[in-house]
Write a protein that binds this ligand. Structure first.
Ligand code: AHM
Ligand code: MG
Length: 335
């Protein structure tokens, strides 16, 4: 028993890593952990009870929401509202920001952005899904309600970010800007146990992850890069392996642990890319960089992009440093 370290113990141990540490951020991560356990319990039951059907509502992006999306959104929202240090949230499932009205929340210093259940179309086929979160200090004065500009900060202002993957095991992975750490959930104990301390992505990899069904409408540089991945150059480990689940967290998580590159460029259906800057790309980019990798939109570092709207989409490329560098060469060379 003595060598098991729980997420709660680890967070407290690392608390002094934060500038101005007061314990508030640690306890906020504790609230996210609690909501994740509740959502995990429900997802595990998804095949048993009829709660996975779509409810016929559409979110602001015109996509059908599944019931579990709504369930996860409610649970995370409630857990964060109950937390005295969160003044508001923005969620992929909410059209507008949610400014919490209680006095304790108005006096809070953090805002949280959340994709409560990413990749939810995978639930019906029992593939992995996840929750992505990102935490910022508010910009508006303490004592007032949170405003939209609190949420439209570039990713380089994140003070913490992470994801929960509800997979063959459930894991929580997070960073506070001091490395990336992963915890595996033990359902019998009801605790997340430290299993992957200081995750580092390899400089290079041999796996690429993209929805190749969209290939015909990819930008020319991305097409050339994919052809490069497929060339037979054994000394470079090429052809690379193609692995794509279609669940961002699962695809990023695999590449983080094994090395690789994830690509979601512009496509015919999504001319600006599909993934959302605030809820998906920024937190994943923060984690990727903290693990020693890179993330860009083809021309800029993701974390330096100034958001213009809450549900903004962008092309997203993330992974092993050398692979992103190679991709960038193809994207910038004249066609
Ligand atoms: P969602 O936020 O509506 O669940 O969609 C995001 C998901 C990502 O998890 C995944 O990487 C991507 O959509 C897959 O898209 P596609 O099916 O077009 O390949
Ligand atoms: Mg999503």
């Amino acid at each position: 028993m003595s060598d098991i370290k729980t997420l709660g113990e680890f967070i407290i141990e690392k608390q002094n890593d934060f500038p101005h540490a007061s314990g508030d951020l640690s306890s906020l991560l504790g609230s996210i952990k609690l909501a994740a356990k509740i959502v995990n319990r429900e997802i595990n039951k998804a095949g048993l009870i009829d709660i996975t059907g779509s409810v016929g509502k559409e979110n602001i992006q015109g996509e059908q929401q599944q019931k579990l999306d709504l369930y996860a959104n409610e649970k995370f929202k409630a857990a964060l509202e109950a937390h005295a240090q969160v003044c508001g949230i923005a969620s992929e499932e909410e059209d507008e920001v949610v400014a919490f009205s209680k006095e304790q929340n108005r006096n809070a210093k953090y805002v949280v952005l959340i994709d409560p259940l990413d990749g939810s179309s995978n639930i019906d086929v029992n593939a992995s899904v996840g929750t992505i979160f990102s935490i910022y200090r508010r910009l508006s004065p303490v004592g007032t309600p949170a405003t939209e500009s609190d949420f439209l900060q570039p990713g380089n202002c994140q003070i913490a970010a992470g994801y929960v993957i509800y997979g063959s095991s459930t894991m929580l992975v997070y960073t506070t800007g001091k490395g990336v750490h992963g915890f595996t959930y033990d359902p019998s104990l009801g605790v997340f146990c430290l299993s992957h301390e200081n995750i580092r992505i390899s400089e290079n990899g041999s796996c690429y992850s993209t929805n190749e069904g969209n290939y015909i409408r990819f930008p020319i540089g991305v097409k050339k890069y994919i052809k490069y991945c497929q060339e037979n150059v054994p000394k470079d480990n090429r052809p690379y392996t193609s692995r794509y689940i279609g669940s961002l967290i699962s695809d990023i998580h695999r590449n983080l642990l094994k090395g690789g590159i994830y690509l979601y460029p512009s496509t015919a259906a999504y001319p600006n890319g599909k993934l959302r800057l605030l809820y998906e790309c920024n937190p994943m980019a923060f984690i990727m960089e903290q693990a020693g990798g890179k993330a860009c939109n083809g021309s800029s570092r993701i974390l330096d992009i100034k958001p213009t709207s809450l549900h903004q989409r962008i092309p997203f490329f993330a992974g092993s440093t050398e692979m992103i560098r190679k991709l960038e060469q193809f994207l910038t060379e004249p066609s």
